[in-house]
Ligand binder design. Structure first.
Ligand SMILES: [Zn+2]
Ligand SMILES: [Zn+2]
Length: 143
């Protein structure tokens, strides 16, 4: 968990002015990986009670554009944010409750990540989302 000083340093490194809402939002994203916007607004308000929803939206957009947070949007889910931006890791998503966990890049023989026909594109990334049931949901008997 980064300290306020570290968060301020991250903002400056990305050439963003340090403001209290930016520090609060970036800290919340670090503390709660894969949280959606509504949850983040709740966490930020624990810190800055009077921050508006719109301010949080605006800060998230600025942080995403600056590369300080990554926005992920599994199909059928609302956008989630995380601070792990340095690698192109993947996510496993629970079909039932929407829980998300990080999955490191596939290693070894990964045939489906090598395009069978690249159509002349120079490919540098494959976006993978693993879907399934989280441990909590897979042990709950379905009613
Ligand atoms: Zn689940
Ligand atoms: Zn992640």
């Amino acid at each position: 968990m980064p300290t306020t000083t570290e968060v301020e340093h991250l903002l400056r490194t990305a050439a963003l002015r340090v403001t209290r809402p930016r520090v609060a939002v970036l800290t919340a994203v670090h503390d709660h990986p894969h949280a959606d916007t509504d949850s983040l607004i709740g966490f930020v308000r624990d810190d800055l009670a009077d921050v508006s929803k719109q301010a949080v939206y605006d800060v998230l957009r600025a942080l995403t554009a600056a590369g300080l947070v990554r926005r992920i949007e599994p199909s059928g889910s609302v956008a989630r944010y995380e601070s792990r931006v340095a690698d192109n890791h993947h996510h496993v998503v629970c079909r039932t409750c929407g829980a998300i966990a990080d999955v490191d890049c596939a290693v070894g023989y990964t045939p489906c990540l090598t395009a069978s026909d690249d159509h002349g594109f120079s490919i540098d990334e494959a976006e993978v989302v693993y879907w399934g049931l989280c441990p909590a949901c897979s042990t709950t008997p379905s009613s």
